[in-house]
Write a protein of this length. Structure first.
Length: 187
């Protein structure tokens, strides 16, 4: 992967990036291709505003210059060889496996979760906003999925491929399930 043709956006909404993640970004991406974004909005609105205000203007200013856009939340820890495995996955939208609150979160080949992911620029340019939303029951009274499921469905409906692989640490997941590490997740 040619990282000079990649953008990365770190979500620092709830605090700074983990040291290993920040180091990986600094060592991997050229200067000018990485941004830390702190939008004073609730998390789902934050994700949409980041794409609208930070990502799309940079892509549209130089449309032929970028192959990938990465997104990483502040509670993600970069791990090896998990990172290398994540970078090998071939799809238009790729999320990095990590501990999740349910054992079947990664069961489907096209499962997607938005803690650490990458996509082709065309995905964000094609899908109409909102990119992320909380799906609700038909009467609108109950939340029936997460904003990850909403984005995944929009990407698949637009004809893009979705996959997952590799692994990384995910602090919030540990609070959901107890002590879970990337090594124990993989079996």
């Amino acid at each position: 992967m040619d990282f000079s043709r990649c953008l990365i956006f770190g979500n620092v909404y709830n605090g700074p990036l983990k040291r290993s993640t920040l180091w990986w970004i600094v060592e991997t991406f050229p200067e000018g291709n990485a941004w830390l974004v702190k939008k004073p909005l609730p998390l789902v609105a934050n994700r949409n505003a980041t794409i609208r205000d930070e990502v799309l203007p940079r892509l549209l200013a130089r449309p032929a210059d970028f192959d990938w856009v990465f997104f990483v939340d502040n509670d993600v820890t970069i791990t090896h060889p998990g990172m290398e495995d994540f970078l090998k996955v071939d799809a238009d939208v790729v999320s990095c496996d990590c501990a999740m609150p349910t054992d079947d979160a990664w069961k489907a080949d096209d499962a997607f979760h938005n803690h650490f992911w990458r996509c082709r620029p065309a995905v964000l340019q094609t899908i109409q906003p909102p990119w992320f939303a909380m799906p609700t029951s038909p009467d609108g009274c109950e939340v029936v999925g997460c904003d990850c499921v909403y984005f995944r469905r929009k990407a698949l409906d637009a004809g893009f491929s979705v996959a997952h692989g590799g692994y990384c640490g995910h602090d919030n997941a540990a609070t959901w399930r107890g002590s879970v590490t990337p090594a124990t997740m993989k079996g």
